[in-house]
Design a protein around this ligand. Structure first.
Ligand code: MG
Length: 397
């Protein structure tokens, strides 16, 4: 029997609450204490397992409870008993089974791809079109060899430049983080703005320019501005010449986004306004942005995320790989997607596992080095969640 003809027999979920190192303010919402995710594990007849992660944020995409219900109640009947090779059919049925819940669908597709990659002994990026570029991995080669996988020094990884977000309401704490990032070789930071007052945002931009000139700065309002104040504040921030300014106003305010984009001297990016390809088409039509944050949690999977990026590039727009409040599995899914998507040129934001969670959920640390995230040449996603950590952080109430 072809290995891909195996039937999916196992469908297990974990709702996790992962402790974080500090509060973070992101425009319209705060995260504090823990962030909550859902992990999905699918198993086929020979015992091979593949995993995926749903990483919702309640004020942005949805709730962990909704992700869990979508997976367990509405999607599971369309997965268990199906052939692993029927991935597209399973995704189409899941899409019709429950509206929205894009994070649950991202978790499902991630688990299907991880499982398929493990069965075929190829990385997930191979299943998404193949690698865009390969580089040696400084300091990681021996580790790859030690795993005994088909990877090795002759099979280098894909390097994706990392951007880390500065969102701590305590600026002094973010200055300490900046010192650490500088030591780690990180060269891109994104300042989260619009959650306090304009003076606080300008003070931090001035401090970044004066004390941390080696960093390229991006600015993200996370919908934090009212339409009455947005134009003046965006113009102020543009004088600092950040790489881009992201989502100043609420997601549905396409008209205001278009006016800001027309007036802005630096690229205006859309995040919350663009979830999937349907939003991307409207964003292009209405000229609301110069680029887009591509996230598998918004698009409802890796394939649809690629579609968003390709649509953006076709119309001359920029793209980078954004994240939610994620753990390592979601980072890996996004990174494999980017590794197979040359249209995403502005790097990634998969920093949470290293710089925000008190502990990630994987068996071994993710491969960060020299300010980049590396996608290894290993079967599937290349990493496995630690079952003890899944048990430790499981929400029981
Ligand atoms: Mg954003």
């Amino acid at each position: 029997m072809n290995a891909l003809d195996q039937i999916i027999t196992g469908f297990d979920t974990w709702h996790l609450a992962l402790p974080v190192t500090s509060a973070r303010d992101h425009g319209i919402g705060r995260v504090e204490g823990t962030c909550e995710i859902v992990v999905l594990a699918l198993t086929v007849e020979d015992g091979t397992t593949g995993c995926g992660e749903a990483s919702p944020w309640v004020v942005f995409t949805g709730s962990p409870e909704a992700s869990l219900a979508a997976l367990k109640r509405y999607i599971r009947p369309h997965v268990v008993g199906q052939r692993l090779s029927d991935r597209a059919a399973i995704m189409a049925k899941a899409d019709r089974a429950v509206a929205h819940c894009t994070e649950a669908k991202a978790a499902l597709e991630t688990a299907l791809l991880d499982l398929t990659g493990r069965v075929l002994n190829v990385p997930v990026y191979e299943l998404l079109g193949g690698r865009t570029a390969s580089v040696p991995v400084p300091g990681l080669t021996r580790d790859i060899d030690a795993r005994g996988s088909r990877s090795g020094p002759e099979h280098p990884s894909t390097e994706i430049p990392l951007s880390v977000s500065l969102a701590n309401p305590d600026w002094e704490a973010d200055r300490v983080l900046l010192d650490r990032l500088r030591d780690d070789g990180v060269r891109f930071v994104k300042l989260k703005t619009g959650f306090r007052d304009h003076g606080f945002d300008i003070m931090r931009l001035e401090a970044l320019a004066k004390d941390f000139p080696e960093f390229r700065v991006r600015v993200d309002y996370n919908q934090g501005l009212g339409v009455d104040e947005a134009m003046a504040r965006v113009r102020d921030v543009a004088t600092f010449r950040p790489d881009f300014i992201e989502q100043p106003v609420r997601a549905p305010q396409f008209d205001m986004m278009a006016r800001l984009r027309a007036a802005s001297e630096v690229p205006l990016m859309a995040d919350e306004s663009v979830f999937g390809p349907e939003d991307m088409a409207r964003a292009v039509r209405e000229r609301i942005c110069d680029g887009v944050s591509v996230k598998i949690m918004k698009s409802g999977g890796l394939v649809r995320a690629q579609e968003v990026a390709r649509m953006a590039a076709r119309h001359g727009l920029l793209a980078y790989g954004g994240d939610m409040f994620e753990a390592g599995l979601a980072h890996l899914a996004g990174a494999h997607m980017i590794a197979a998507t040359p249209e995403i040129t502005l790097g990634c934001e998969f920093y949470q596992a290293r710089y925000y969670l008190k502990e990630d959920i994987l068996e071994e640390p993710l491969p960060y080095a020299n300010g980049s995230f590396f996608v290894r040449n290993r079967p599937g996603l290349g990493h496995t969640p630690d079952r003890d950590k899944l048990a430790k952080y499981k929400v029981t109430s």
